[in-house]
Design a protein around this ligand. Structure first.
Ligand SMILES: C[S@@+](CC[C@H](N)C(=O)[O-])C[C@H]1O[C@@H](n2cnc3c(N)ncnc32)[C@H](O)[C@@H]1O
Length: 390
C-alpha cells in the first residue's frame, strides 16, 4: 500500500470508530477484508488509527473536523507533513485538502482540547494531578512503552535480557523496578521468541510490576487474585515466592489463557469459581475493573467513551468487590486494592469509603504511579486488619 492508501484506510476505520465501533475490532475486521495489506501496512494503519484516537480533540482542532479525515489532517500538520503530499486524490489516496479544511492553531485551543481530555474530566484531572497534569496528559497522548517482566522463578533479569538480545530483541533494564525490561527494539518479535515461549519473560507494564513487588508475600502464603483476568498479576506474584495461588474472575472466560500462561511460567494456579470455598487467604488482591484512565494510551477510545455515569457505576462496583473480598482474608492477612486509574474517585476515595464501612482495617502501604515514558498510571493500597497483624 502507498502511504496515501494507508492514510485512506485509516480514515475509513477512524470514521467507524468515531461512530461507536470498538477500535480493536474495527481494525481486525478491516485487516480480514484487506488481503492486499501486508503486515507492515497493517501495522502502519494501526499506528495511524491509534495515534489519531489518542489525540482526537487536539487533532480535530488542528485538522478542522472531528472526522477520520479531519483527525489525520491534524496528525499530518502537527508532524510537519504537508497533507497535500499524501492526500493527492490519485490511486487509493484521499482527495486533496480543500481551502475550507484549514483548521486552527493549537495554541488557540481551550485547555481540555490541548490536553486531549473530555471537558468533564479536566477538573478531575487537575485536582488529581496538580503540576503533573500536562506531563500525564502528554504521556496518555503518546504511544506507551512495551515492557517485559523477567520471570525470576526461571531466570535473572540479566539472563533474560541476554536471551532476548540473542533473538534480536533489545531491552533496557528499568532503573527502579528490578524485574522490568523496557523493549527498545524488536518489540514485534517478542510473542514469537523462545525466551517468551520458555516463560523467561511476560508482557507486563512497569507500574504494574512495581505494585506487585510491594505486596506482602511470604513463601507458603495462600493468595487469591480476586479479579484475575488474564492473570498478569497472578503470575507476577507466583514468580516472587512459593505460593498457593488461586485466581478468580466474575467472567471466567477472561481467565481462558491463564492455564497456558501458568504452564509456561512453571506455576500452578487454581482457577476458583467460588473463592470463598478455599478461604481464608493470607493475601487477597483486588485488581478492580476501572476506567483504565492510567492506561488510556493503550486503548484510547475508552478515554472518549467514559461518561460520569460510567464512572459512578465503576465506583459502585469497586465498592461491592471490596466488600466481597474482605471477608476472604485471614485474621492476620492483607487485602490489596489496585486499579490502573489515576482518578481519585477510583483510588483514595474508594479506600476511604471502604474504611468507613469496615473500621477494622488499616492501610499499611500506598503506591501511586502517573503515566510517563516508563510506565502506566496505577494505584494500589495494601490494607491489614487492625489489631495485632504480622
Ligand atoms: C483490571 S481487570 C484485571 C486484570 C488482571 N488482574 C491482570 O493483571 O491482567 C479486572 C477484572 O475484574 C473482573 N471482574 C469484574 N467484576 C468482578 C467481580 N465482581 N468479582 C471478580 N472479578 C470481577 C473483570 O472481568 C476483569 O477481568
Amino acid at each position: 500500500m502507498t502511504p496515501g492508501a494507508r492514510l485512506a484506510a485509516a480514515a475509513q476505520i477512524l470514521d467507524e470508530v468515531l461512530a461507536g465501533s470498538p477500535a480493536e475490532r474495527t481494525l481486525t475486521n478491516w485487516a480480514r477484508g484487506a488481503r492486499y495489506a501486508g503486515s507492515k501496512d497493517r501495522a502502519a494503519v494501526r499506528d495511524l488509527v491509534y495515534d489519531a484516537l489518542r489525540r482526537r480533540r487536539s487533532l480535530a482542532w488542528v485538522g478542522g473536523a472531528g472526522t477520520g479525515r479531519g483527525l489525520l489532517l491534524g496528525l499530518l500538520r502537527l508532524a510537519g507533513t504537508d497533507p497535500a503530499s499524501l492526500m493527492t486524490g490519485e490511486g487509493h489516496a484521499l482527495p486533496p485538502p480543500t481551502p475550507e479544511e484549514t483548521g486552527r492553531a493549537l495554541s488557540d485551543a481551550p485547555e481540555a482540547v490541548r490536553l486531549d481530555l473530555p471537558d468533564w474530566l479536566l477538573p478531575r484531572f487537575q485536582a488529581a494531578l496538580g503540576d503533573g497534569l500536562e506531563p500525564a496528559c502528554a504521556a496518555l497522548a503518546a504511544r506507551g512503552p512495551v515492557t517485559l517482566r523477567a520471570n525470576l522463578a526461571r531466570t535473572t533479569r540479566d539472563e533474560a535480557q541476554a536471551r532476548l538480545l540473542a533473538e534480536g530483541i533489545e531491552t533496557h533494564p528499568d532503573p527502579e523496578v528490578p524485574t522490568a525490561l523496557r523493549v527498545t527494539a524488536g518489540a514485534t518479535r517478542v510473542a514469537q521468541s523462545r525466551a517468551y515461549a520458555e516463560g523467561l519473560v511476560e508482557l507486563q507494564d512497569a507500574s504494574s510490576q512495581a505494585a506487585v513487588l510491594r505486596l506482602p508475600l511470604r513463601d507458603g502464603d495462600r493468595v487469591l487474585d480476586h479479579c484475575a483476568g488474564g492473570g498478569g498479576k497472578t503470575l507476577a506474584m507466583g514468580a516472587l515466592k512459593r505460593l498457593t495461588l488461586a485466581a478468580h474472575d466474575a467472567d471466567a472466560r477472561r481467565m481462558a489463557d491463564l492455564p497456558a500462561r501458568a504452564d509456561r511460567a512453571g506455576l500452578k494456579v487454581d482457577l476458583a469459581a467460588d473463592p470463598a470455598r478455599a478461604a481464608p487467604y493470607d493475601l487477597v488482591l483486588v485488581d478492580a475493573p476501572c476506567s483504565g484512565s492510567g492506561t488510556w494510551r493503550r486503548g484510547p477510545d475508552a478515554k472518549w467513551r467514559l461518561s460520569p455515569d460510567d464512572l459512578d457505576r465503576l465506583c459502585a462496583l469497586q465498592d461491592r468487590i471490596l466488600d466481597e473480598a474482605a471477608p476472604l482474608v485471614a485474621p492476620t492477612g492483607h487485602l490489596a486494592y489496585a486499579t490502573c486509574s489515576i482518578l481519585p474517585e477510583e483510588g483514595d476515595d474508594r479506600v476511604a469509603a471502604f474504611l468507613a464501612r469496615h473500621p477494622g482495617w488499616t492501610p499499611v502501604d500506598r503506591f501511586v504511579a502517573r503515566p510517563d515514558d516508563r510506565g502506566d498510571g496505577f494505584f494500589q493500597i495494601i490494607l491489614r486488619r487492625a489489631g495485632p497483624g504480622r
